[in-house]
Ligand binder design. Structure first.
Ligand code: HEC
Length: 167
């Protein structure tokens, strides 16, 4: 009896730690090796999604009709930089009509196109590029000011590009 007890207890003490340790240890080792990869893949995913959301967010942020300080800033930019060609109230002149009258075209452009027109001008026309002497903030402000002349319907159509005559 003493012998079998010893044997069985010896077996037990030999086997149990062996069974218990090895699978856990190897699982841990595997886990330790693969965890950094998952962390990097996860982080890359999070960064990519955040980047996409941020860039889409800023791209689709509509330029709203100006109020308050933006209105004052936009009007100042317009009066000093655009009014000579586009008229004091956007009624047009050398430049296109910007005041949202039905025959005008400015509200057919999406925000990104309006920004590009102001920055780069319209090649082959008298519309000059303004990228070098207006900041992005000033360009947004002046477009925001121009939008105060547009009706809610025009604003809604401009935002989605869904106006009857196409872009
Ligand atoms: C030297 C004259 C001149 C100045 C200054 C000028 N523009 Fe223009 N702009 C034009 C002309 C001319 C056109 C029409 C070009 C064409 O389509 O042939 C035009 C077109 C545009 C259009 C497109 C309108 C449409 O119906 O498609 C926008 C928007 C615009 N200008 C905004 C501005 C803003 C904002 C400023 C001031 C930051 C400005 N322009 C300054 C002459 C000018």
């Amino acid at each position: 009896m003493a012998k079998t007890r010893k044997k069985s207890s010896a077996k037990k003490t030999n086997r149990r730690p062996a069974r218990a340790k090895h699978p856990r240890a190897s699982r841990r080792r595997r886990a330790r090796k693969s965890t950094p990869a998952w962390i990097w893949i996860g982080l890359a995913g999070v960064v990519a999604v955040a980047f996409l959301l941020l860039s889409q967010g800023s791209r689709s942020d509509p330029i709203l009709p100006a109020t308050g300080e933006t209105y004052a800033q936009g009007k100042a930019v317009y009066d000093s930089t655009c009014a000579a060609c586009h008229g004091a109230n956007g009624e047009g002149g050398v430049g296109a009509i910007l005041n949202g009258s039905p025959e005008s075209h400015s509200w057919h452009h999406l925000d990104a196109q309006l920004i590009r027109i102001v920055k780069e001008g319209i090649p082959g026309s008298e519309m000059p590029p303004h990228a070098e002497h207006l900041t992005d903030e000033e360009i947004i402000a002046v477009l925001s000011y121009i939008k105060t002349w547009w009706s809610d319907e025009q604003l809604a159509m401009q935002r989605t590009g869904q106006h009857p005559m196409g872009p």
